[in-house]
Design a protein around this ligand. Structure first.
Ligand SMILES: Nc1ncnc2c1ncn2[C@@H]1O[C@H](COP(=O)(O)OP(=O)(O)OP(=O)(O)O)[C@@H](O)[C@H]1O
Ligand SMILES: [Mg+2]
Length: 287
């Protein structure tokens, strides 16, 4: 726990936009987002899915993004990852403007999405050989795969096929595939929500270990307030119509957070109250 119980969590003031396009310096956040907005235009509708998003994630920091279904969390992650274009605003990762997939960003989803005809180590290798990745020599490739397997505890399963793995093991391979690329920013969209409660706890601990080892930044979408309380350095609550950052809290309780202390319970109640305010907002606005 913290030595100053009263400062256990705190509201974070809105982040003001930066005046310049370039900000690279040693103190740069791992991720910086300013004024990000996105519209989906289909023949039937034009939807402003999110707008005016400002957020920072520091190296070694884990930020959880909570919010009602459909508020635009996945859309925001895909846009930050450079997998779809923004209509407004900018994304920088370690000082570099992001407009397309970048080697310093790793992305993980609820499903492991392993290629069933490839072994565990081949699945990891595929992630290292994507078009936008720097080319690696064979020894370097081998060493990246070995390290990633060791980090997730699957050294003995390198020649296994996906159908020979449990759900938790498959998700470990997905983590290994992502961290083998040595990303500076991990974007995770409900990565543990398909797992049983015990496996989820193991995976959450594994993630904290990886952040401690690699000092990467993590932005993780979850529906689970308890997961956010267990893992986060900061929690962002997203509102809708269009998606925006409604409120944020800093969580300073020491890890490991093995049980809910009174402070965490107080914070939980506050987040639930804010979530019910957000739910009272009207649903998605279309034109
Ligand atoms: N490619 C797309 N084209 C058009 N509309 C889209 C597209 N992707 C998402 N949407 C719409 O954008 C809105 C937000 O979707 P998104 O998947 O980002 O929400 P979410 O917050 O991740 O929801 P959930 O918590 O259920 O995963 C929804 O109304 C959805 O229908
Ligand atoms: Mg989603």
């Amino acid at each position: 726990m913290t030595t100053e119980p009263r400062s256990f969590f705190s509201h974070t003031a809105a982040i003001s936009p930066l005046p310049t396009q370039s900000y690279a310096s040693e103190a740069s956040p791992a991720l910086m987002v300013r004024g990000l907005g996105k519209q989906y235009v289909t023949p039937k509708r034009r939807l402003t899915v999110f707008d005016g998003i400002d957020l920072d994630v520091q190296p070694g920091e884990l930020v959880c993004l909570l919010g009602p279904s459909g508020c635009g969390k996945s859309s925001l992650l895909l846009t930050i990852a450079g997998l779809q274009s923004a209509d407004r605003g900018d994304v920088w990762v370690e000082g570099q403007a992001i407009r397309s997939p970048h080697p310093s960003i790793g992305l993980m989803f609820q499903e492991a999405a392993l290629l069933p005809w490839l072994t565990v180590q081949q699945n990891i290798a595929v992630g290292l050989q994507l078009r936008h990745m720097p080319r690696l020599s064979r020894p370097a490739l081998r060493s990246r795969i070995d390290q990633a397997l060791l980090s997730v505890g699957l050294q003995d399963f390198r020649y296994s096929y996906p159908h020979q793995l449990s759900g938790g093991m498959a998700q470990r391979v997905a983590i290994a595939r992502t961290i083998a690329r040595q990303p500076r920013l991990l974007l995770m969209d409900e990565p543990f929500s398909a797992l049983d409660a015990i496996t989820r706890l193991e995976m959450q601990q594994l993630l904290l270990n990886i952040i401690a080892q690699q000092h990467c930044a993590v932005l993780l979408v979850t529906h689970d307030i308890d997961e956010a309380l267990l893992l986060s350095d900061r929690i962002l609550l997203m509102g809708r119509n269009p998606g925006h950052i409604y409120q944020s809290w800093r969580v300073t309780a020491a890890q490991p957070r093995l049980r809910h202390t009174q402070d965490l319970m107080t914070l939980r109640a506050e987040i639930l109250a804010a979530l019910s305010d957000v739910m009272a907002e009207p649903a998605a606005m279309t034109v």
